[in-house]
Design a binder for this molecule. Structure first.
Ligand code: NAI
Length: 265
């Protein structure tokens, strides 16, 4: 049985993934603001460093897998979204990488979102600031956006950037070369406290209601946890840098011809 780190383990899809792994006999080291083995704020540099050190200590330096699920969404303020969703996720994955490498055959899953490809008008300079690790620049760009849209831009941008960062990292020597498979799950609306906080908001509620989702039934957290459990399983070892959309069809509806595309060399 393995040892797995899960951020965001106290709620929603992180908690549901925890339940599945524990039911299968694995050990989970949870990271969250509350109700976890490792209490840490992934929105700060100190919190990220403390989380990495505490997880590696608790796991004895070896992890069979990691799930980066901690996240915030609109209507939470855009700067917090940026700090947790991109910079916290990246620091956690990078910090845990040596412990994942130590297992020789680890698997890691980052929570992206279909917001990365279905949020219009994401600023390219924000994506660049995320990917270049310029945290305060990213926060400043979000701060200069129209206030009502700032959380949505921070969110979609954070998910696009962390997805791209994972795809770039997954195929490099320190990741695939060390036996680690890093993949991204990109859900659409899933019934969790994060989604519900948006649904009851006076601005975001109606926007979310208008969001086109061809499959009309909204899944619960365990539906997505089943996909994550599969991505952590031996059967998923050929997946590397993959982005798995489980979003009821919104990405296919809005971006049907954008991928796959032809290219020239
Ligand atoms: P949730 O709100 O149920 O759980 C998120 C967890 O992250 C909470 O336990 C929270 O305490 C933790 N967290 C937040 N800020 C933190 C911080 N600074 N440090 C440490 N932990 C922190 O949310 P849900 O829906 O389960 O989200 C999981 C992931 O899935 C997130 O990354 C979210 O962006 C993503 N996602 C969610 C969708 C949805 O519709 N629910 C859709 C697409 C992606």
């Amino acid at each position: 049985m393995g040892t797995y780190a899960i951020s965001g383990s106290a709620s929603g899809m992180g908690a549901a993934t925890r339940q599945r792994l524990e039911a299968a006999g694995h050990r989970v080291v949870g990271i969250d603001l509350r109700d976890a083995e490792v209490i840490a704020d992934l929105g700060t540099a100190e919190g990220r460093a403390g989380a990495v050190a505490a997880v590696i200590d608790a796991a004895g330096g070896v992890l069979d897998g990691a799930v980066s699920a901690a996240g915030l969404g609109p209507p939470v303020a855009g700067d917090l979204i940026a700090r947790v969703n991109f910079f916290g996720s990246r620091a956690l994955l990078e910090g845990l990488r040596p412990a994942l490498a130590a297992s020789g055959a680890a698997q890691a899953v980052q929570f992206g979102s279909n917001s990365s490809t279905t949020t219009p008008n994401l600023p390219d300079d924000l994506i660049a600031a995320y990917l270049e690790g310029r945290e305060e620049d990213a926060v400043a760009i979000i701060g200069s956006a129209e206030p009502v849209f700032a959380p949505a831009i921070a969110y979609g941008g954070s998910k696009l950037a962390i997805t791209r960062w994972c795809r770039r990292a997954a195929v490099t020597e320190p990741w695939v070369g060390e036996g680690i498979r890093l993949n991204v799950i990109a859900p659409g609306p899933v019934d969790t406290p994060l989604l519900r906080a948006g649904q009851v908001h006076e601005v975001y509620g109606p926007l979310m209601e208008a969001f086109p989702v061809p499959v009309t039934e909204t899944p619960g957290a365990d539906t997505l946890a089943a996909w994550v459990e599969f991505l952590l399983s031996p059967a998923a070892r050929f997946a590397c840098g993959s982005v798995i959309y489980v979003d009821g069809g919104t990405d296919a509806l809005m971006r049907s011809d954008d991928w796959p595309r032809t290219f020239t060399m």
